[in-house]
Ligand binder design. Sequence first.
Ligand code: ADP
Ligand code: MG
Length: 242
Amino acid sequence: MIQINNVSKWYGEFQVLTDCTTEVKKGEVVVVCGPSGSGKSTLIKTVNALEPFQKGEILVEGVSVGDPKTNLPKLRSRVGMVFQHFELFPHLSITDNLIIAQMKVLGRGRDEAMDKGLKLLDRVGLKAHAHKFPGQLSGGQQQRVAIARALAMDPIVMLFDEPTSALDPEMVNEVLDVMVELAQEGMTMMCVTHEMGFARKVASRVIFMDRGQIVEDCSKDDFFGHLDARSERARQFLSKIL
Ligand code: ADP
Ligand code: MG
């Protein structure tokens, strides 16, 4: 579904990604972790072309993200993204947040978009809040709306960038529960997160990044079960968060 081949990226002189290679197969849940500043957000944003890169190649279902001929709006409509800070449109109601891209990007009619949006809102347990505005919801609720909004576009893959790290602790699980359910339903997911409980429960693979490099890329069982075989940097990181 996603192939990342030898991707490097610089911000001016500063190399933020160095020769990153990995893949996400259909139905896989790949968890990306690593210290702050290691390039996790940058890597995940290159997948839907929110960040350009200078070397290497990224393919999403065979479509080259870096190719100037690629239709980026179409590509992005197939790759759902959920950010740390929800990024709902604050001036639009929850319903309007859920339908606007379906109408503008996919050309769905209002009724169809509304039907889809409300079904997904129900699925994340928030149907009763449809008429409200984002500011009237808690952080955890807003993040669940953001997930529903991304799902409304029928994505082939979902990218998450630390979706729970801006939330108060008591709201983390309501968002993780939605993500676990999605994973168990077979959604292909690439998730930057430090929630190792989530990783243990649903990850197919775990990637550990440090200083712009993919240092570890292994099965969940190898990652958590064979710490002795992990790199020094990964072990240090895990010892701080586990
Ligand atoms: P992470 O998500 O792992 O914390 P990021 O991908 O956000 O890491 O950032 C990786 C590195 O790139 C950091 O050192 C950060 O300061 C730097 N960086 C991020 N965005 C920019 C930018 N727009 N310009 C310059 N440097 C940046
Ligand atoms: Mg980040």
